[in-house]
Design a protein around this ligand. Sequence first.
Ligand SMILES: *Cc1c(COP(=O)(O)O)cnc(C)c1O
Length: 831
Amino acid sequence: MSTTYDPNTTPTDQPYDFLTQNDCASLKKSIESHLLFTLGHSLPAAQPQHWWIATCLAVRDRALNTSFKAMAEHRRLNVRRVHYLSLEYLMGRLLENNLRNTGLYDTAKQALGELGQDLESIVNKEPDMGLGNGGLGRLAACFLDSLSTLDLPAVGYGIHYEFGLFRQEFVNGKQIEQPDAWTRNGNPWKLVRPEYSVTVKLYGHVTQQFDDCGNASYVWEDTRSIIGLPWDIPIIGFQSSTVNFLRLWESRASDEFNLEIFNQGAYVEAIQEKANGETVSKVLYPNDATESGKELRLVQQYFFVSCSLHDIIRRFKRDNTDWNLFPDKVAVQLNDTHPAVAVPELMRLLLDMEGLTWDHAWGICQKVFSYTNHTLLPEALETWSVPLFGRVLPRHLQIIFEINQRFLENEVAVKWPGDLEKLQKLSIIDDRGAKAVRMAHLSVVGGHATNGVAALHTRLLKEKLFPEFDELYPGKFLNMTNGVTFRRWLMVCNPELTALINESIGTDWTKDASKLKALEAFADNPEFQQRYRDIKRGHKVTLCEIILKLTGYEVSPDALFDVQIKRLHEYKRQHLNLLHIVTLYRRLLQNPELKIQPRVFIFGAKAAPGYFLAKNIIHAINALAEKVNNDPRINNQIKVVYLPNYGVTLAEKIIPASDLSEQISTAGKEASGTGNMKLALNGSLTIGTLDGANVEIKDEVGDENIFIFGLTVEQVEALYAKGYNPYDFYWADAELRAAIDWLASDYFTGNADDFKPLRNSLLDHGDPFLVCADYRDYVDTQAKVDAAYADQTHWTKMAILNTARMGFFSSDRTIAEYAKDIWNLPSIKVQ
Ligand SMILES: *Cc1c(COP(=O)(O)O)cnc(C)c1O
């Protein structure tokens, strides 16, 4: 066997075939060799997590081998790439997904079986990669899966947080946060690339310099440096020829010593100071849909944006010399405004480093960037105080001022001459009161497209948030309704239903989800219905075991599983759900003859550690659970469970077992939602408001297969215009009054003060999310759900029709739309 490397052959021609071949014997050999020679364990000594690592590495070898070919082809064709910039990626586990996407699942199961190991228990050894808060981070993860699946050249960029989203525990029903050291025992998917490290500058000040001809330039001096060290995670598509990478930047101290301290002989202190550089990527901010304005957060944003742009420019320069080609080769998508500092950073690199003129640089910027808006909540629209921004990024602040001045003069003042109000309203700098940089305005002005994430959200974006921008830039605002990857959210989390679908309509739907429609023909078929129901029940039995293990409560798989899983936020209205349960509990106590469909209310949600009212709601649900679950008077007709530490892996267990999906946000507040899509796909019927993507889900599944209630966006507005007083509803509805007052009594915890904050928010503080206004319709609609569940044949039909009609919500459809309408990105199939 020759051992000489021949650069003219592809990697598979080299004599390490067993590392890249997909037959069982090769895979087995590959796993064994990693166990022995990468991890240094003899087979008998290996623990399950060692088997997990060895198996991941065997899969990773094959992914890398595919990536070599894809990268070579991308380079040969000098392709256009999209670069997805996101501060969050909620990836979850990767092994099972990667095995399903590569088609290696059964082979791996067999290979491990022959080695005396069980694939399923090995898969469960993987810690979640939880580098995100909720929907925004999970969307980024679904998009990466679809980009590789559709053979689109893409790079994801983010931060390699040492600590992901906190681990949630309950003590006496209250949330406690624990650190999530997801990578402490190593993570076999990530590959460090020190050769692509980047140095990032911060702080310092800017001076103006002149050359011999009197041309001014700006020099950013006396800066502090940190190093960005990239970790690459291969993103394996489903039956595709492309493996893209997620590149996550870890911050490291730079090699520069503080010479002053050093020269005083304080060697240890000098090293210690260096440690500051390492804190930048230490921890993910645990806030969902709110911003904190903290300096470290701005540093995080700039750090990963600067590293990523340096990386993009390095790759561009490798194969190109003409800056005019940059927008042909590079598209950059900003996932919310978190990476919006990319606009002034690219300007700075082009002006100060590459010597381009302002107009040239600005023309490039506007062609490269596009921005996804994720929220209309005013408290979540990012702004940075001008003094803070100027201290951390003085040159960028200068550039933003210049962008703004040119924008106001050349565009706003031309469109609306003499209209000072328009200037003030559209300005990138908010100068009413304490000056602040409006990152959303910067993102709209600095790119060629801004998109909302559901039809309703995009309409409100155009009509309410950015009406003037929409007038100024016709066609710039687009809708890209969110989607989810059907690999993770059907094929991996529900292999039983996947098998039934494949058996009934074939597998075409796996590459074109709209073909799921063919299942409609089976909606009334008694045999199919029975199998569909059996699969659901199987998942419910499994979830019952998980519930028992995590909460100690025993629940019946024959009950209706009513599920609300999502971040804890007032706008999502877990407290509306809570009031319904209190109401049912009370009805059952007051009327011992009352018979309802037995129900298990299942919650999963983390609250931001500093979000007091959200934590009060968690405490209230847990206190209610303890009372209800231990009350013999209600004969087990209802149970309440709050599963701790909701995340991707728990979602994969809950979703296939759910009957009813709670999507009950105040109309106009949820931009899209994606949990709603995952649940409906798995045959869970939605009870929801006309908010976010619920509107489009209703259009797809049909009015008769969804439970819609509550005020519409227009009715919400009208109510506010007229003046909303929650007491009007409180006094008019005896059941609502009783539910709120009982909750705030000493019945549930023995302490009448415990849930006063919740009561106050609903009444004296004005009920900002209209819980009281929507209560009656919600409770009455829940009664319709109860009646519908009694007819299992009809319920199953509705569930099947939900599965059949959710094809539109595949993230493959969403990504295909982005590729066509925003990125102009062709698919590259590799032979
Ligand atoms: C899908 C998902 C979300 C988003 O849920 P919404 O109901 O859309 O808010 C949040 N967290 C996890 C773990 C998810 O998988």
